[in-house]
Design a protein around this ligand. Structure first.
Ligand code: PLP
Length: 367
């Protein structure tokens, strides 16, 4: 039996999203920027996709900027803010961000601008008290991920955003693990920028978007043509953009039923491992992305577990109870931390597959 349980890494392209791409690859391949009638279908599809995506996160269509994915969106948000306020004001982020944010912040430091990296609590949550210690009138940007890719923990974005605004700073969130999985309302959250990536919600790879709140001052990501309101030049990837909109809309519509299914599978897996008497810790807070299960097995090795599970037809990730810079989260005792794997489930996973994962782990760990 083959079991794919690494949905936080990427997801399967939705069949309707795939079908929606085809006409724009084969027949309606016109360049959406051209004025003649043959390009109108592509242009109209772009407009409609932008509106669909905007409605899924309660944004306005003109606030959605198509990018090549989460990495580009994160880099744009962070570097643009550093450059636009070309002063010595600081960027604040957390220690457990994805490399797309951390490495963009390192680049900002190399440009000569200061960056602070907030520690998180024992459950991987950025505490508002911690942010308030670091925040000052000279903060220009706070960038905190919506949900962590390794342990699934959801951050108190609204509260953190309010704090940043109270000091006059902008707020960006890397919502790559959250968009299409939990409800997101950018107006209610009041974030200034939000990054998303289609391949995490059953869309194609290499496409995503950056939400930029109306009125936010930005440096263009790429200069050239007038695409993306003159802020990100380059001929649009119409087929992928259309597919991203189909996938996001579909995921948002089925979110409640999918999440009920995922939580049920999670409980089943944890109960089976506990019943088998395996010695493990589940990482993260209770407020998590459904389906993201980070487990640390005592006295084991994550790499070994990944490869043994692979031999049994199961794809999972290591995801090391560590932050993205390989700094071990302080709460995970040494004897557990090395034996960490991330099992991330999707709507296609079945109870039978969970039984197979649990049985395989028992076989490996009891051996
Ligand atoms: N941010 C987070 C939290 C992610 O999980 C990922 C992908 O793993 C990215 C950013 C990068 O997204 P992309 O693969 O679209 O560049």
């Amino acid at each position: 039996m083959k079991v794919y349980a690494d949905h936080a890494a990427t997801t399967q392209l939705d069949i309707d999203a795939f079908e929606a791409m085809k006409p724009f690859l084969l027949n309606d391949f016109g360049n959406a920027s051209q004025p003649y009638s043959f390009a109108r279908t592509a242009k109209a599809a772009l407009k409609s996709a932008r509106a669909t995506i905007a409605s899924c996160i309660n944004a306005d269509p003109e606030e959605i900027y198509f990018t090549s994915g989460g990495t580009e969106s994160d880099n744009w948000a962070i570097k643009s803010t550093a450059l636009i306020y070309g002063d010595n004001r600081a960027t604040i982020t957390s220690q457990i961000e994805h490399h797309a944010v951390l490495h963009a912040c390192h680049a900002v430091e190399r440009m000569g601008f200061p960056v602070a990296y907030l520690p998180v609590d024992s459950q991987g949550v950025v505490q508002s008290d911690t942010l308030s210690e670091y925040l000052s009138d000279s903060t220009k940007l706070v960038s905190i991920m919506f949900a962590n890719n390794e342990i699934g923990t959801i951050q108190p974005i609204k509260e953190l955003c309010e704090m940043a605004h109270s000091k006059g700073a902008l707020f960006h969130t890397d919502a790559v693990q959250a968009v299409g999985h939990i409800p997101i309302d950018v107006k209610e959250l009041n974030v200034d920028m939000l990054s998303a990536s289609a391949h995490k919600f059953n869309g194609p790879k290499g496409i995503g978007f950056l939400y930029i709140k109306k009125g936010t001052n930005m440096v263009s990501y790429a200069d050239g043509g007038a695409q993306e309101f003159g802020m990100r030049a380059g001929t649009e990837n119409v087929a992928s953009i259309v597919a991203m909109a189909v996938a996001l809309e579909k995921n948002c519509k089925r979110m409640d039923s999918v999440n009920t299914h995922l939580v049920k599978l999670e409980h089943r897996l944890i109960a089976s491992l506990q019943d088998a008497g395996l010695d493990f810790i589940r990482n993260g807070s209770n407020n998590k992305i459904p389906g993201n299960i980070s487990l640390s097995f005592r006295g084991s090795e994550g790499e070994m577990l990944l490869h043994r599970l692979d031999l049994m037809g199961i794809s999972v990730s290591t995801g090391s109870a560590c932050d993205s810079e390989n700094t071990q989260l302080s709460h995970v005792p040494e004897e557990y931390a090395k034996g960490t794997i991330r099992i991330s489930l999707g709507y296609e996973n079945t109870e039978e597959e969970i039984t197979h994962i649990a049985a395989s782990l028992m076989k490996i760990l009891k051996h």
